[in-house]
Design a protein around this ligand. Structure first.
Ligand SMILES: C[S@@+](CC[C@H](N)C(=O)[O-])C[C@H]1O[C@@H](n2cnc3c(N)ncnc32)[C@H](O)[C@@H]1O
Length: 315
């Protein structure tokens, strides 16, 4: 794969990393050029990289981005919008709920609402601390690319065998792993994360890597209109896809260029796909305190009651 990085859209470049507004980059792309548009837009919560506006103004801005994103999307392409909540005066507005009707008006079809769960974040004092965000995955038509094999995860019981029927004694589950489902537990990028840059809210590479592998083929174009430090572009080039992205903030574009260069040269620091979430060693000093903590008393479990199985609670 060539290693050319262009500052404007160039269909033959490995990556086009544009400094400027997302609509100016999208305007350079021919209709139908992208197999995947994947992004995490600003949430209009006053982060250092956004101007706070009214919710209606914000949603109109998103509508303009989405309209252009749909135009540049191939008929068998996918659009993934990764969002959390807009918060105003302590009230929470889930952005996926607000963006869904806009995506439907634009003719998109929802395939999954993926819950991304992580363990670290702000501690709230007047509501429960937020520990998930969502990715709404839409397609432009019913004929779309979906390669589940590259994103399979290990089976829980790989040694399980059929105990009756024509396949008695044979393994029952796919040795290549299972479909990862629609709840993804992937650590968010905090200070001690190997992928951390100067950006306050970057994607972990694995999050977008799963989407790139499942929803595109090699050499396809992956577009991120709000690319930040270029995580989607890195995931794309690591897997031999082409990338295009825009950001209004020059320092982020500079970091994106450095990261994509490192990714193209195979030297980008990253958390590998499928690495289990870190569980602290029970011997660690940080797990102990001199005096015991007084947790509120909980009712004792009935020792005769069997533990509930997930399948029994499914309705
Ligand atoms: C949530 S961050 C995206 C982070 C990105 N996913 C990453 O992994 O680095 C949103 C980004 O949108 C950029 N942004 C804000 N307004 C923009 C606009 N009008 N056009 C392009 N980028 C914009 C911000 O500078 C910010 O870096």
């Amino acid at each position: 794969m060539n290693r050319h990085i262009s500052p404007e859209f160039d269909r033959s470049a490995a990556a086009s990393l544009f400094h400027g507004d997302r609509l100016r980059l999208l305007g350079q792309l021919p209709s139908g050029a992208a197999r995947l548009v994947v992004t995490s837009p600003p949430y209009n919560i006053g982060k250092r990289y956004e101007k706070r506006s009214t919710l209606n103004e914000y949603l109109e801005g998103q509508r303009a981005t989405l309209r252009e994103a749909v135009r540049v999307l191939a008929t068998n392409g996918s659009l993934c919008w990764q969002v959390g909540n807009h918060v105003a005066d302590g009230e929470v507005f889930p952005l996926d709920m607000l963006l869904y009707p806009i995506c439907k008006e634009l003719g998109l079809r929802l395939r999954n609402r993926i819950v991304w769960h992580f363990e670290h974040g702000l501690h709230c004092s007047r509501r429960l601390s937020g520990r998930y965000e969502t990715i709404i995955w839409f397609t432009k038509s019913d004929d779309y690319i979906f390669n589940v094999d590259p994103i399979r995860v290990p089976q829980k019981y790989p040694g399980k065998k059929a105990f009756k029927g024509p396949h008695k004694g044979e393994y029952t589950c796919n040795p290549a792993g299972k479909n990862p489902g629609d709840v993804w537990i992937i650590p968010n990028v905090k200070h001690n994360h190997v992928e951390k840059t100067d950006h306050p809210c970057q994607f972990p590479i694995e999050l977008v890597e799963r989407l790139v592998l499942a929803l595109t083929n090699e050499h396809d174009l992956v577009v991120d209109p709000y690319m930040g430090v270029g995580t989607a572009a890195c995931a794309a080039v690591i897997h031999s896809r082409r990338a295009a992205g825009a950001d209004v903030c020059l320092p982020y574009v500079t970091i994106a260029r450095d990261r994509v260069t490192a990714a193209l040269e195979g030297r980008l620091s990253r958390r590998p796909m499928r690495r289990p979430v870190y569980v602290p060693d029970p011997g660690l000093k940080i797990l102990r305190r001199a005096e015991a903590i007084d947790y509120p008393e909980l009712p004792l479990a009935d020792p005769d009651e069997p533990e509930t199985q997930a399948s029994e609670t499914t309705v």
